[in-house]
Design a protein around this ligand. Structure first.
Ligand code: SAM
Length: 236
């Protein structure tokens, strides 16, 4: 299937999911992954730890949950740009941040993670949560590195591939996982998941230093886990 058709289908899934996203993501994460969605979001915001005056970019911001957690972490003293390919997600994000009274510090823009519409060295912090498996990760990490200022930090949460999927009978475990996830929005066939180890390599290959990870192990030994991976763009 051509890439453009994938993108259109993916946007259509997220357009319809945007109406129920905030509640259904909490249930999905808990029931299928055994992870509290709030733990993943706070994990990203606390690791990113935006400081007063910093410029923050949240990629694939969805309904703005991470963006809001980042604002709270910085006592609303930073500026936050959220981008997403799905306009209805951004509309929900705008509504959510406005309802907190902190709306002025946010800007939202429709854009692709793979082609960020920003100049080189323009952000202090880049974050993304539960979205990069929908993208070409090496391309997105290259863009994260490009838009970060030297010394800037990147923090990413994502759903991982399971190690068992890479073993000789991995296709069987993958099939079990596909059946397990049937009926959830997360069973999108166009996803590309990476294992914990692959994530570490992808971050280093993109030029990030001090790469670290926190892992939420999968509920079942053959299913998906959640990783929070972080690093920094070297200063010189
Ligand atoms: C599961 S939601 C995650 C939203 C939010 N970050 C969170 O943690 O709740 C995935 C989001 O990724 C967005 N997305 C998917 N592919 C994208 C791309 N190539 N560029 C930007 N956003 C993308 C979708 O529109 C959707 O809002």
């Amino acid at each position: 299937m051509p890439e453009q058709t994938h993108i259109k289908k993916r946007i259509a899934v997220f357009e319809s999911w945007s109406k129920t996203y905030n509640q259904s993501i909490v249930d999905l994460m808990l029931k299928k992954f055994g992870v509290d969605y709030r733990d993943a979001i706070l994990g990203v915001a606390r690791k990113a730890a935006p400081q007063p005056g910093e410029e923050v970019l949240d990629i694939a911001t969805g309904t703005g949950t991470v963006a809001l957690a980042l604002a709270e972490e910085a006592n609303a003293e930073c500026r936050i740009m959220g981008i997403d390919i799905t306009q209805s997600m951004l509309d929900a994000a705008r509504k959510n941040v406005d309802s907190t009274g902190m709306g002025d510090i946010f800007e939202f823009r429709q854009a692709s993670a793979e082609e960020l519409p920003f100049a080189d060295n323009s952000y202090d912090v880049v974050t993304s949560s539960l979205a990069l498996h929908h993208t070409n990760v090496p391309a997105v990490l290259r863009e994260c590195h490009r838009v970060l200022r030297p010394g800037g930090r990147v923090v990413i949460a994502d759903v991982t591939a399971n190690r068992t999927w890479r073993c000789p009978v991995g296709a069987f475990y993958r099939l079990m996982d596909q059946l397990y996830m049937l009926g959830t929005e997360s069973n999108d066939l166009f996803c590309q998941f990476h294992t914990q180890e692959e994530w570490m390599g992808l971050m280093r290959n993109a030029g990030f230093a001090g790469v670290e990870q926190k892992f939420f192990a999968p509920k079942h030994s053959w299913s998906r886990g959640i990783i929070i991976v972080s690093g920094a763009k070297p200063s010189a």
